[in-house]
Design a protein around this ligand. Structure first.
Ligand code: SF4
Ligand code: SF4
Length: 385
C-alpha cells in the first residue's frame, strides 16, 4: 500500500549527505538557512546551494542548553545544538548562514550562532501590511544579494535571479501537486509519509533531481488513488495540522494522530504547505526584488502582526482537503504560536464549525502517553459529530 517510491526517499537521507559532501569537495558553495522567509532564489543566483538547517531532533538539545535557557522552543535549541555539537553534516558543510529576525528566541540565538560561522541576518518586517514594509523587505533582498556576491566573489545578475525564480517556482509547483494528492478521499498516503518525503527532499541540493523525484512520487500516488488504494477508509477522520513546523524527528503528534485512527491530510505549517501557496511573480515588467519581497512577506507566520493570512489559508485548506477537524500544534515556549492558538480555536470552532484541539509539547517522548489520551478523546469527539 505504501508507494514504492517512498523507498527512494528513505534512502535519500544518506544520499543527500554524500551529495553535499561531494559538492563541497568540488569547491561548490553551501548556504545554511533556518526559515521559509529565506529567499533561496538569491542563494541559487549566487551559484550556491541552499540547505535547510532547522533542528527537528531532540538529541542536540542538551548541547544547546549549555549556552541557551532551557525554557526556549525546542526548534531553536535543536538548531543551535546542531551548530555546536559538530554532528550535523549540513551545518558543517555550510560556508555561510542566512537567517531572519523572525521570533525573539531565534534572533537572539542567531547572535550566538554568528560567532560559529559567518552569518547574515535579514531584517524581516513584523507586518506584511503596507508599502513601507514591502519597500523595507525588498531592500533587504538587495542587501542579501550584495552580501552573497561579496562573500562568494561573484556577480549576481538580474538574469541569474530570474532563472532561479523560475526554478524555485517549478519546485513549488511540484510540491503543491504532491500535497494535493491527499485531497483524495480517502487519502492515498499517510501524513507521516508525506512529511518524510517533503522533509527529505528539503536536503536534496540538486533541485532538478529533487523535482523529478517528487514528480515520480506524485504520479505513483495519483495512480494509487485511481486504483482506489489507500491506507485509510472513507470514514477515517481527516485532520489539518496547523502551527509550528514539524520535521523528521519531531513528527510525534502526526504519528500519534495516525496511530489513533486519523489521517493527517493537510499541513498548514511552514514545513508543509504554508510557503507553497504563493509563487514568485515571474513577469518581466516587475522588479524582481519586489516580486521576491511580495512572495516572502506574505508567508503567514505567527511572528507577523496581524496575521490574518493564516486564518485565510486555514479556511482555504480546510475546504479543499475536506477536513473533519483541526489540530493546532505549539512547541513549548513558542509565544507567538501559543498566543495565536486562542484566535485559531475561536475561528475554527465558530467560523468553520469544526472541532479544534490545541496541543503544546516539545521534541521529547516524555509526554507521549498523556498526548495519546488527549488525541484519542478528541478523535472520539470528532467521530461522534
Ligand atoms: S514558524 Fe515562522 S519563524 Fe519558524 S521557521 Fe516557520 S516561518 Fe520561520
Ligand atoms: S516554533 Fe515559535 S519559537 Fe520556535 S522558532 Fe518557530 S516561531 Fe520561534
Amino acid at each position: 500500500m505504501r508507494p514504492e517510491s517512498m523507498k527512494i526517499f528513505d534512502e535519500l537521507r544518506n544520499l543527500n549527505v554524500l551529495t553535499v559532501q561531494n559538492a563541497k569537495r568540488d569547491g561548490e558553495k553551501v548556504v545554511g538557512c533556518y526559515c521559509t522567509y529565506t529567499p533561496q532564489e538569491l542563494i541559487l543566483a549566487a551559484g550556491a546551494h541552499p540547505v535547510t538547517l532547522c533542528g527537528t531532533r531532540q538529541d542536540p538539545i542538551p548541547a544547546a542548553e549549555r549556552d541557551l535557557p532551557r525554557n526556549l522552543c525546542p526548534l531553536i535549541k535543536s538548531s543551535y545544538g546542531f551548530a555546536v555539537n559538530g554532528k550535523c553534516p549540513y551545518f558543517e558543510a555550510s560556508d555561510v548562514l542566512v537567517a531572519e529576525t523572525t521570533c525573539d528566541g531565534k534572533k537572539k540565538m542567531y547572535e550566538l550562532m554568528s560567532k560559529i560561522k559567518p552569518m547574515h541576518v535579514m531584517n524581516l518586517p513584523q507586518t506584511s501590511q503596507g508599502e513601507a514594509a514591502l519597500a523595507a523587505w525588498a531592500q533587504e533582498m538587495v542587501v542579501l544579494k550584495d552580501w552573497l556576491a561579496e562573500r562568494f566573489e561573484v556577480e549576481i545578475t538580474e538574469e541569474d535571479i530570474r532563472k532561479a525564480v523560475k526554478l524555485m517556482n517549478k519546485e513549488r509547483d511540484a510540491m503543491r501537486r504532491l500535497h494535493a494528492t491527499t485531497k483524495a478521499k480517502p487519502s492515498p498516503i499517510t501524513g507521516v509519509d508525506l512529511l518524510v518525503s517533503v522533509w527529505t527532499k528539503g536536503f536534496n541540493i540538486n533541485k532538478e533531481d529533487g523535482i523529478a523525484l517528487v514528480e515520480q512520487l506524485t504520479a505513483e500516488i495519483e495512480e494509487l488513488t485511481a486504483q482506489g488504494l489507500s491506507p485509510f477508509t472513507k470514514e477515517t477522520p481527516r485532520i489539518l495540522l496547523t502551527g509550528c513546523p514539524v520535521g523528521f524527528g519531531s513528527e510525534k503528534v502526526v504519528r500519534l494522530l495516525e496511530e489513533s485512527g486519523a489521517a493527517v491530510v493537510a499541513f498548514e505549517n511552514c514545513s508543509g504547505y504554508k510557503a507553497l501557496d504563493r509563487l514568485v511573480d515571474e513577469s518581466e515588467t516587475k522588479d524582481v526584488m519586489v516580486a521576491l519581497a511580495e512572495k516572502y512577506l506574505n508567508i503567514p507566520c505567527s511572528c507577523m502582526t496581524p496575521n490574518d493570512g493564516r486564518l485565510e489559508l486555514i479556511h482555504k485548506m480546510a475546504k479543499e482537503y475536506q477536513v473533519d477537524a483541526i489540530v493546532d500544534l505549539t512547541w513549548q515556549a513558542c509565544h507567538t504560536y501559543n498566543i495565536e492558538a486562542f484566535v485559531i480555536r475561536d475561528y475554527v470552532q465558530n467560523q468553520l464549525n469544526l472541532p479544534c484541539m490545541h496541543l503544546e509539547t516539545d521534541y521529547s517522548e516524555s509526554d507521549v502517553e498523556q498526548l495519546r489520551v488527549r488525541v484519542q478523546a478528541f478523535l472520539e469527539l470528532v467521530q461522534g459529530e
